[in-house]
Design a protein around this ligand. Structure first.
Ligand SMILES: [Zn+2]
Length: 630
């Protein structure tokens, strides 16, 4: 029988395990110094100067849109196809556009039957006819208390309504160009098209989850390819010869509606910004083809999304990766010589400054989490005990394994708060992902007790916050700390809304984490433990991530990904006995980042847990951040 994952510390404390290993550690540290001397650092990434930044807004129902300021642009192309001529100057009013094509999971929320040929919750709708797309716009408007744009008998669009609708062709092309006047948003010629679009040459004859390719300069994804997108306009080949120059909305009559953007089966030519196509699939008995989907727009609400200067947007933020840190984290003092010391954070920050990454991060200074969020995971009595123990100057909390100082409670509250601030910034669209350099760590802390250097379970609190504050239902937690995250496992052991994946040294502190611990009740199979013997290396970890984590995560399809990022499986760590290299942590980071991109638009918050060899820790955090920022 395995140890009880909910239970007490049954085995030696984390620190006792460490002391018994000190001789081995010493030898490895010498090796570490030699290795570091020959490490070549890749150059730091440069930002594109002056690129505009998207102003991302999240709607009441949690859908990301880009607030696009109105402005003039040159619509059409010179002679590439008769229906694209003449090139003419058009100006459009401010509007909001979906950042991603409408996905199947979202469509089904409104009780619609999913017509898509290529199934997948995060894949765009396909085989959707124009009328059903317009119907969805109306339902989404009603769900948010907005006035529907479409008359459901005539399907005429009321542009004065504040609800969702399909874009006009002019809005679509303006958004696709994102300030460019070239064939594609990224330039002339299709050489880079594969980085931005799924089309005939790279799609393997299917659609793909939205948001995997690079966005355009305004932060819109898949404009050049995945599925072609319905526009509101009726189609006429000669329309550009007589269209108005302000907010053109297509001809009054016509049996076909316009399609824009490339699809998975398109040639590079038909992925161009100005390319026009049409389809008669307006009759709702008629199935559209499996390369047609859509995205919504709405007219910009007064006072929002309107930026002075007709298209001028704020300059690009330095980074799309957040870095959470607060000075209070270094005020959590442990006993002299304790491996979980403030020097860990000093080492990380020193390294990031030395290599130049520090100034490229978006720095977030958090507040303490409020009690109600802490208490989603911990009992009020325990939280009170943590507070009073610190205030009274006790040496440790619950066990000698968790030394504390007077500021430790505030540090622990702010460590949890750090995760919440990163989550908020991602949901707001300020950043794409984040790393939280917090202390004390969290993943051993259980409901009623501190354990293994941990006071509050930062990642578990973050998961509940994501669900309850932001209404994102499913959270994946990837825990690659060398120790099993018994506290996190216990918090979600019977909960199928959180998939907990841990790879760890076994047997080892805290004793739990056998393969047989898989969850219970409704949570059965939503806990995945991959215990590995001491001495496991990059290939063992990558194997676990590729063959155990990836398939489980893809079928779970999380709405948000958290990493319990301990770096104590590093080959030079002073507590763990694993052989993961700095580069190995970069590879693992890449796999998790890719899962987040494929499942949840890249939403990922990584939270520091362990990592006690200062050089290996700092180098691994750098490698981790390079991947998150890339
Ligand atoms: Zn650890």
């Amino acid at each position: 029988m395995g140890p009880d994952p909910h239970g007490q510390a049954l085995i030696p404390t984390l620190l006792e395990v460490k002391l018994s290993m000190s001789m081995r550690t010493f030898a490895l540290r010498i090796a570490g110094i030699c290795l570091l001397a020959v490490t070549v650092l890749p150059g730091c990434q440069q930002d594109k100067p002056g690129a505009p930044t998207p102003q991302v807004v999240t709607t009441k129902s949690g859908i990301e849109m880009v607030a696009i300021p109105g402005g003039p642009f040159e619509m059409g192309s010179k002679g590439e196809s008769p229906d694209e001529t003449p090139v003419h100057k058009v100006s459009v009013s401010p509007f909001w556009m979906d950042r991603y094509e409408v996905v199947q999971e979202e469509f089904r929320k409104h009780q619609f039957a999913d017509p898509s040929h290529f199934k997948g919750p995060k894949q765009p709708l396909d085989q959707i006819n124009w009328t059903d797309a317009a119907m969805y716009c109306n339902e989404r408007s009603r769900a948010e208390g907005l006035k529907p744009c479409y008359d459901e008998r005539t399907w005429e669009c009321d542009f004065s309504a504040d609800g969702y609708r399909l874009p006009t062709e002019a809005e679509w092309e303006y958004a696709c160009r994102a300030g460019s006047s070239t064939q594609y948003g990224f330039g002339n010629g299709a050489a880079s098209l594969k980085e931005y679009a799924w089309y005939a040459d790279n799609s393997s004859k299917t659609t793909h989850p939205v948001g995997q390719k690079k966005p355009n300069a305004w932060g819109l994804y898949d404009m050049h390819g995945n599925v072609a997108e319905w526009c509101n306009d009726r189609y006429a080949e000669t329309y550009y010869q007589q269209s108005p120059d302000k907010d053109p909305r297509g001809p009054a009559e016509g049996k076909e509606r316009t399609l824009r953007g490339g699809a998975w089966n398109s040639s590079p030519e038909s992925c161009r910004s100005a390319y026009r196509a049409s389809d008669p699939a307006i009759d709702d008995t008629c199935l559209a083809n499996d390369a047609i989907g859509f995205r919504c727009v709405r007219s910009a609400p007064a006072g929002l999304g309107q930026v002075d200067g007709g298209g001028a947007m704020e300059s690009q933020p330095k980074s799309q990766t957040g870095f959470v840190y607060h000075d209070i984290y270094e005020e959590h003092k442990t006993t002299p010589g304790h491996p979980e010391s403030p020097r860990r954070l000093t080492a990380i920050i020193g390294r990031l400054k030395a290599c130049g990454l520090y100034t490229q991060l978006k720095h977030l200074t958090p507040q303490a989490a409020s009690l109600n969020w802490i208490q989603t995971i911990h009992s009020p009595a325990y939280v009170e005990r943590a507070k009073s123990s610190c205030e009274q100057g006790e040496e440790y909390l619950d066990s000698p394994d968790v030394p504390i100082s007077r500021k430790s409670y505030e540090a622990a509250m702010t460590a949890a708060g750090g995760v919440l601030s990163a989550v908020d910034a991602i949901v707001r669209g300020d950043i794409r992902n984040a790393f939280c350099a917090v202390r004390p760590p969290g993943h051993h802390a259980i409901r009623d007790m501190a354990m293994g250097f941990c006071i509050f379970n930062n990642v578990a609190i973050g998961a509940r916050y994501i669900q309850q504050k932001h209404n994102l239902a499913k959270v994946l937690i990837v825990d690659w700390d060398v120790h099993h995250g018994n506290g996190t496992q216990a918090a979600f052991y019977e909960d199928p809304s959180v998939l907990y994946f841990s790879v760890h040294q076994y047997p080892f502190y805290p004793g739990s984490g056998s393969e047989a611990e898989k969850g219970r009740g409704k949570g059965l199979n939503y806990t995945i433990n991959v215990p590995l013997p001491a001495g496991s290396d990059d290939s063992d970890y990558i194997d676990a991530f590729e063959h155990r984590l990836r398939p489980a995560a893809m079928s779970f399809s999380p709405d948000f990904v958290l990493i319990s990022a301990g770096f104590d499986a590093h080959e030079h760590d002073t507590l763990g006995s694993m052989k993961v290299t700095t580069e190995g942590f970069g590879t693992l980071s890449g796999i998790v980042k890719q899962i987040a991109e494929q499942c949840c638009k890249g939403r990922l918050v990584s939270v520091l847990e362990g990592g006690y060899g200062l050089d290996g820790l700092a180098a691994s955090v750098e490698a981790h951040l390079r991947v998150l920022m890339g």
